[in-house]
Design a protein around this ligand. Structure first.
Ligand code: ACM
Ligand code: ZN
Length: 586
């Protein structure tokens, strides 16, 4: 308890670091350590050391002279403090803490390490957003991507358009389950005032986290259109969307009033958020109303745009000019590549890493957040054992295996891979506790992907640490997924199983060709002994589209005694994956 924490005199940010460290130690041990300026004696000293190269790197030294955490910036020192914090067992209340003598030189692999939270599908109050930021800070994540607007609710106060939050922040009711057609009949809403947002920005900044706000356009605009129907192509009426999935939700790209609206909103967003980047979405714009809209068609004619993709690109280019004119950079989901990428844009690659690769090959920066590895809204264990989720299957091991820099990327372009992010879309995540369960422990894997050199990664070692971390997190009051109870992938999906059809010839007769996008390895997929996993996204399920009747023959070559005969089918209604209506074996 008599240990002191020293920081350099006159450096407020280092003083803040010292106070953070004192508060962490108090939480873990109960001891209230004093902070002090000046030359360290025995104790913990936080120092700025310009010889440390990486601006977020640190050196942590434990010796019999005490503990020294050095970085060339206060951010680096903050990450060293997080390491020290995690080195003290959460059971240390009132106990002596002993640390082994060590010198750790540590620095991040990527400059951008982020997490996204969707507060539109479900609203997360300020306190829970702060908890989310605490989670980021604990794992050296430096960016919070705040998805503030979508079809299901507008969540940020805009002074010039007060109706956005009076009308656009509320939906009449919410669909039950996977678009069952049944609704809960309960009004749902919420939004942040600008004062609350400023408070959250400061809270994040103290923890060396930049908040990148997202205003999604030109699609995902239904909450705004429900408020101001004249901004859409048809004039509405529109409703704040009470179900999941993409609606006809584009703003009119031919209407100058709509462009003015977007720029006005962004003006207030820029005034609030100091981030270098502003995220403008750009994803999943259905554009269904654009081809028949007079204003959109007139714009396309006037500007010589050959299709609706080019019209979207026109809108994004204009928004980029606007942002650049206000000293900000444009960030968007990978659809902003379609119809031509805006000249200074950075791409957030979510539909695989291909979009990011494309951006990087043409000299743009990219942030990798592919659905397959980075969507924490998908199931982390056997779906039957978990609360309802959006789908997919993303266990801890898969997150950990992600390499954001594809091998095929040329060496001189590697530096353009700015970093990595995980996303939490919240259609099926109604509460902060549920969000924690989806984040933990997967964020531990993400943090290591973002921070550590690939040569240092080892899943077996990580798994042991993750099990320990889950116990510590529970003691700290978090609600992590119980990793020790993990069931894992569907039996047979990771290792082949034996059966009589393995290696036999399959003939696809009578209109039975599988869809090339769901080939699952081709003609031998059904007889390779490897079963499909919990998601068709694992590319192990063969898919068939628009079939009325199909015959598939598996030739066992000789008369064979059978004990069991069957086949596996998958049904996931949301993305329209269905069982066959009938199935015959003969
Ligand atoms: C996204 O998942 N629509 C970016
Ligand atoms: Zn239009």
């Amino acid at each position: 308890p008599s240990t002191k924490i020293f920081y350099p005199e006159g450096n407020d940010k280092m003083k803040k670091n010292a106070e953070f460290l004192a508060s962490y130690i108090k939480e873990i041990t109960g001891y209230e350590l004093a902070t002090a300026t000046g030359q360290p004696g025995k104790g913990i000293s936080l120092v700025i050391d310009q010889s440390i190269q990486n601006p977020e790197g640190y050196q942590l030294t434990v010796s019999d002279n005490g503990i020294r955490i050095a970085g060339s910036t206060d951010a680096g020192v903050f990450y060293g403090i997080q390491t020290l914090r995690k080195s003290i067992p959460a059971t240390a209340q009132g106990m002596n803490v002993e640390l082994p003598a060590a010198t750790i030189n540590d620095y991040p692999r990527f400059a951008y390490r982020g997490m996204m939270l969707d507060v539109s599908r479900h609203f997360f109050p300020v306190d829970s957003v702060k908890t989310y930021l605490d989670i980021l800070a604990l794992h050296n994540q430096n960016t919070f991507h705040w998805h503030l607007s979508d079809d299901q609710g507008w969540r940020i106060e805009i002074k010039k358009y007060p109706e956005l939050t009076q009308i656009g922040s509320k939906r009449k009711e919410t669909v039950i389950g996977h678009n069952s057609g049944t609704y809960d009949g309960k009004e749902y809403g919420g939004f942040y005032t600008q004062d609350q947002i400023r408070d959250v920005i400061n809270y994040a900044a103290e923890r060396h986290i930049t908040i990148i706000p997202e205003i999604d356009m030109p699609g995902h605009q239904l909450a705004a259109l429900a408020t101001y129907p004249e901004l859409g192509c048809t004039g509405g009426p529109y409703d704040v969307w009470g179900q999941w999935g993409v609606a006809d939700d584009v703003i009119c790209a031919g209407n100058e009033k709509s462009m003015q609206f977007l720029e006005d909103v962004l003006s207030e967003v820029i005034d609030l958020f100091p981030s270098e980047y502003i995220h403008i979405g750009g994803d999943e714009a259905g554009k269904a109303s654009w081809p028949t809209c007079k204003l959109c068609q007139a714009r396309m004619k006037k500007e010589g745009l050959k299709d609706v993709n080019e019209l979207q690109s026109y809108l994004i280019h204009r928004i980029e000019v606007f942002l650049n004119g206000h000293n900000r950079k444009l960030l968007g989901w990978d659809e902003i590549l379609e119809g031509g990428l805006a000249p200074n844009a950075t791409v957030m690659s979510w539909r695989g890493t291909e979009g990011g690769m494309k951006a990087v090959e043409s000299g743009h920066k990219a942030i990798m957040t592919p659905g397959e590895f980075c969507y924490f809204d998908s199931y982390q264990d056997a779906p039957d054992s978990q609360p309802e989720a959006i789908g997919g299957y993303l266990p801890l091991s898969k997150v950990y295996s992600f390499n954001p820099v594809p091998d095929t990327l040329s060496a001189e372009k590697v530096g353009l891979v700015y970093g990595v992010q995980a996303n939490l879309f919240t259609e099926y995540i109604p509460t902060p506790e549920h969000a924690e369960m989806m984040i933990y422990p997967r964020v531990l894997a993400l943090a290591e992907v973002a921070w550590s050199a690939p040569s240092k990664k080892n899943y077996e070692d990580f798994h042991v640490r993750a099990l320990k971390a889950v116990e510590e997190l529970k003691k700290s009051g978090y609600n992590p997924f119980e990793l020790k109870n993990e069931i894992g992938n569907r039996p047979g999906a990771d290792k082949p199983v034996e059966h009589l059809a393995v290696g036999k010839k399959v003939t696809y007769g009578l209109d039975a060709a599988y869809y090339p996008g769901y080939a699952a390895g081709g003609d031998t997929a059904l007889v390779d002994g490897v079963r499909g996993g919990w998601t068709y996204g694992d590319k192990r399920w063969q898919g068939f589209i628009d079939k009325k009747r199909m015959d598939i023959t598996i030739d066992l070559e000789k008369e064979t005694e059978l004990h069991f005969i069957g086949a596996d089918f998958m049904q996931v209604c949301g993305p329209e994956v269905f069982m066959p209506a009938d199935f015959y074996i003969r």
